[in-house]
Design a protein around this ligand. Structure first.
Ligand SMILES: [Zn+2]
Length: 86
C-alpha cells in the first residue's frame, strides 16, 4: 500500500521517504519501578487498530524530523496535519 505523508518542513512526500516509529502511546512508564512486563508491553506490544490512530514517523530520507500524525490504517491516508516536530 503506497500513500503520502505531509512533513511540516518538506511538504507532502511518498511514505517511502519516512520510517515508521510506532503508535504514539503517550508518555512512557519511566525508569523508576520499571518491570520486565511493563517494559515489554510498552516497547513491543502494539494494538494497530483499524481506523485512525496517532503514530510517530521520521522523515529519514528527507529532513530527518520526527513527526506525529493521525493516519487511517485501513487506507494509509493521513487524516490530519502533523502535530509535532521533534
Ligand atoms: Zn521533512
Amino acid at each position: 500500500m503506497s500513500f503520502t505523508l505531509t512533513c511540516p518542513i518538506c511538504g507532502e512526500r511518498d511514505q517511502s521517504e519516512f520510517r515508521f516509529g510506532n503508535e504514539d502511546q503517550g508518555p512512557g512508564p519511566g525508569h523508576e519501578g520499571l518491570t520486565r512486563e511493563v517494559y515489554v508491553n510498552e516497547v513491543l506490544m502494539r494494538e494497530t487498530q483499524a481506523g485512525s490512530q496517532k503514530e510517530w514517523w521520521c522523515h529519514s530520507y528527507g529532513c530527518g524530523a520526527w513527526i506525529t500524525i493521525w493516519r487511517d490504517t485501513l487506507t494509509g491516508r493521513q487524516t490530519d496535519e502533523p502535530e509535532a516536530v521533534k
